[in-house]
Design a protein around this ligand. Structure first.
Ligand code: DC
Length: 231
């Protein structure tokens, strides 16, 4: 039995970080945490309550009213995010939330609050968390850090197909431009921008399957847990 590690998966929007994180957690018997869903839930609260991001008092007051929890859906076996006792797992994936979430996630006071929650969730190790600053800020000591990316057009096409399958009438161009603008904001904001540092292992999944990316990541876990066996 290996001692548990924390795995940080950061990278660009819509490149399947969540899918890999979930599968990796399943294989290892670890807990998967989608940190983006926390930023999305806060963004949803701001939308529903007409909170203006520039209004510091309003934002501080709103954050004190927000309670986030991950609750297991007994049907699917997956954890869903609850905002003030209500599941918002589906709602937070809609385009109106996607359109504002990067701006909400750029607010330092929001980041500070959520990073504290995330660090608590990972304190016992055995967590796979995906986001933008997991390896740099949330778990700088994570034993394995993966930076995921893929060509923007390929990411947009995948996301577009998912949205259409759920009945959305969005265009491919709208998905591509939302994705590019999120990448731009996430990578250039002042507070904890998405950054590829030397301690990440890079995973570009433009031309590999989900199965292949899982095998690559599992191999990395193996290497970290059995450093003596590397040829
Ligand atoms: O991974 P996602 O698309 O669900 O993330 C939603 C937004 O939240 C995205 O614009 C980046 C931001 N985010 C962040 O700034 N830090 C994280 N750890 C996770 C997400």
């Amino acid at each position: 039995m290996h001692s548990k590690i924390n795995i940080a998966i950061d990278g660009h929007s819509s490149c399947g970080k969540g899918t890999l994180a979930r599968e990796l957690a399943h294989e290892l018997g670890y807990t998967f945490i989608d940190s983006g869903s926390m930023y999305r839930a806060v963004a949803l609260y701001f939308l529903e309550n007409e909170i203006i991001s520039q209004n510091k008092n309003q934002v501080a007051q709103a954050l004190s009213q927000i309670q986030l929890e991950f609750v297991k859906n007994e049907h699917s076996g997956r954890f869903e995010i609850y905002l003030n006792n209500k599941s918002v797992e589906k709602r937070i994936r809609e385009m109106d939330v996607a359109a504002v979430v990067s701006d909400v996630a750029a607010l330092s006071v929001v980041r500070k609050t959520l990073v504290q929650m995330q660090q608590k969730l990972g304190a016992q190790k055995g967590v796979v968390m995906d986001g933008r600053d997991i390896g740099t800020v949330v778990f700088p000591q994570a034993e394995l850090k993966i930076f995921m990316t893929a060509d923007a057009e390929i990411r947009a096409e995948r996301r577009y197909k998912e949205l259409v399958a759920t009945g959305s009438d969005i265009t491919l161009n709208a998905v591509l431009s939302n994705l590019k603008s999120r990448d731009e904001i996430d990578s250039n904001r002042a507070d904890s921008p998405l950054t590829l540092t030397a301690d990440y292992r890079l995973l570009n999944n433009s031309h590999i399957s989900q199965k292949e990316q899982l095998q690559i990541a599992l191999q990395w876990v193996k290497e970290i847990q059995n450093p003596d066996q590397i040829a």
